[in-house]
Design a protein around this ligand. Structure first.
Ligand code: NAP
Length: 294
């Protein structure tokens, strides 16, 4: 599911991993589970907390509200004003943590100056942490006992699973070591029995390391970083990056250059991005299930 032969990538070209199709399938499962929870009297209810006046967050909230309402998930937007104090944000999160009618909480980024992201991540009750970023949930991920996880990392795994290639014993290289993408992807791949190498800005000869990969995950935040000379022929290439360059949306992988040599590849847009959106909804029902002990 979710893979198709590229129409014009060149001889022996990559299969395109269709993130939109994968996301639609996840949304269908989420919708069914949300219905089941509502019928059992345990309505999933996500509260999106916004602190600050970021205009993009307002647009994002409206898109989320529309999507969640289609999925049958109650969605509330709490706006704490343009410049709330850390104490105000923490007090509101405490209230939401203790409210039995709220099953999920997310905090929109960016936060205003003076509100450190890590303080907020630590404040959200792990059972309501729909973005899977609290230290407790990341700890469960380390142990392979997680019920939620960082949405982008879970999305990258869904894209990889869609290839149907067994991961056990595969050589996987992840470019990027952030707490929400690179590191959790590495942990999830280890749990799937891949042999994992994580690269970062101090890695010597990135191209040589990347070329050893049967599976290459690019999460560096650098447009066009991965070129054909860095890819083993036939490798699975997962592009997590997302950038606007000269009006186009592009990833960390130079798609046109790499698609002819890769075995499978995620496009940007239409790859990991839509699956990430779907994983937020999936985490939201997972939190609702947990709160009712289902
Ligand atoms: P981040 O926090 O900036 O981390 C980037 C990582 O890549 C760092 O570990 C950095 O190494 C490494 N890196 C940067 N340049 C490199 C280079 N030239 N060679 C090797 N390693 C390099 O970024 P992030 O939050 O993980 O996000 C990564 C990308 O994913 C971004 O493009 C972001 O926009 C995108 N993203 C997409 C989605 C989605 O839904 N598709 C969601 C979230 C993020 P150091 O640790 O040494 O600095």
């Amino acid at each position: 599911m979710g893979c198709s032969r590229e129409s014009s990538p060149g001889p022996g070209g990559a299969r395109r991993i269709d993130g939109k199709a994968i996301a639609e399938a996840i949304h269908a499962e989420v919708e069914a589970e949300a219905r089941r929870l509502r019928e059992a009297g345990a309505e999933p209810h996500l509260v999106a907390v916004q602190a600050g006046a970021d205009a993009a967050s307002v647009v994002y909230v409206e898109k989320q509200r529309e999507r969640f309402s289609k999925l049958g998930i109650r969605y509330t937007h709490v706006h704490l004003g343009a410049a709330p104090s850390l104490e105000e944000v923490e007090a509101r999160l405490d209230g939401l943590n203790g409210d039995p009618a709220v099953t999920g909480i997310m905090v929109m980024l960016p936060l205003p100056p003076g509100i450190p992201v890590h303080r907020i991540e630590e404040q959200i009750a792990p059972a309501k942490d729909v973005e899977g970023v609290s230290p407790a949930n990341l700890g469960l991920l380390v142990h392979g006992r997680h019920f939620v996880g960082p949405c982008t990392a879970l999305a990258a795994m869904k894209a990889i699973e869609a290839t149907g290639v067994p991961l056990s014993g595969l050589s996987a290289v992840v470019i990027g070591r952030s707490g929400i993408v690179g590191k959790p992807v590495g942990l999830l791949l280890l749990q799937a029995h891949a042999t994992v190498t994580t690269c970062h800005t101090r890695t010597r000869d990135l191209a040589a390391v990347a070329r050893t990969a049967d599976l290459l995950v690019a999460a560096a935040g650098k447009p066009g970083l991965v070129t054909r000379d860095m890819v083993k022929p036939g490798a699975i290439v997962i592009d997590v990056g997302i950038h606007k360059v000269e009006g186009r949306t592009v990833g960390d992988v130079d798609f046109e250059d790499v698609a002819p040599v890769a075995g499978w590849i995620t496009p940007v847009p239409g790859g990991v991005g839509p699956i990430t959106v779907a994983m937020l909804a999936r985490n939201t029902v997972a939190c609702a299930q947990r709160s009712r002990g289902a």
